[in-house]
Design a protein. Sequence first.
Length: 380
Amino acid sequence: MGEPVEIDTGQVADQRTVYDAQRGRCPVAHEDGAWVVLRHAEVVAAATDPATYSSDVSSRRAIPNSLDGAEHAAYRAVVDRYLTPGRVAREEPQCRAHAAAIVDALPRDTTVKTVGGIGVPYAVRSQSTWLGWRPDLEDDLVAWMQDNHAATRSGDRARTAEVAERFDRMVHTLLDARRDAPAADVTGELLGETVDGRPLTDEEVVSILRNWTAGDLGSLATSVGVIVHFLATNPAVQRVVRAQVEAGDRAAVEAAVEEILRIDDPFVANRRVATREAELGGETIPEGGRVLLNWTAANRDPLVFGDPDEYDPAGHAAANLVFGIGPHVCPGRDLTLMELRVVVEELLARTSWIEPAPDRPAVRETPPVGGWARVPVVLR
Ligand code: HEM
């Protein structure tokens, strides 16, 4: 007999099981020079104590993500103005039209791709419409999104920085064109914003747009994969959500989306740096210590949620950390929930059933990216 042959099934281990095992042993794990916070109580404690756990973690100034205190509050107020419930409601018809067109164009009774076939085009088109960006930028944005994802997966900071710079160049070109031909859309409006009585610089506008784009495009596309996978593999939940869509119960569909993302949170972690020596989960974090708030692990903490895989939207809503907590809590939550609800509504209303593809398995993303890289399904 020769050597056993290793067959590459394309399968990547589910990082959630690793976090689940790790969190039980150690709520705050010291790994590669950083303190990884895995338990719900400690993640909440650190996220709501910005004086001790600063967001000023990178050499690049990210607006508003890397700012602290009063400076953060001033820029955050600008960002919040673009994501109010009224603004979100205005975007809904455009998102619905994109979702309907994408779902209608997919074949029935054969394998289709969820992330590449639905999530990516839906995220890019919805966002371009919101920001007032030309539809012909779609290919560039999709390519950028894939490179950004690959760079995050590689864990190579230099590569991530290079991808971020490429985005900056793309948006700078767009802003220059805007100056020549001003438009009354979100990008045009941002160019007229002021903070502390002075206009935002181009650098600041680009940084704000990069954070929206990085947050929106990648997470939204991945979230579509997570939700469709969950519905396809949990027929009982699919039946419940179908009934909620049919009844027009928007709040229930959004609650379902948020609970599915809690069980399999694709937005894994955010960084902090300790401003002083501090105790967390029995560990002493030194001043300057790097801290990673692991939302995915905290969202599956059995001390808070019991069986983390149990689907209970109402029971788990109050402790759900998918959109974070504290001063940096996601300002895009309402927009995201509307966008995900609309794509779920259109997908379920335009199909009679969704099931996992019989010929190809779903494949997990490569850590540190969460969720599924490929979710082949059959639409009926
Ligand atoms: C599935 C989609 C999304 C998820 C899971 C998500 C999750 C999060 C989380 C956990 C945070 C907290 C970060 C921290 O504490 O350091 C955050 C912050 C943020 N998110 Fe989202 N987000 C999503 C989509 C969006 C969208 C659509 C936008 C905007 C259009 C957005 C914009 C932001 C911004 C600007 C921040 C930083 C806020 C601050 O520093 O004050 N996100 N997001």
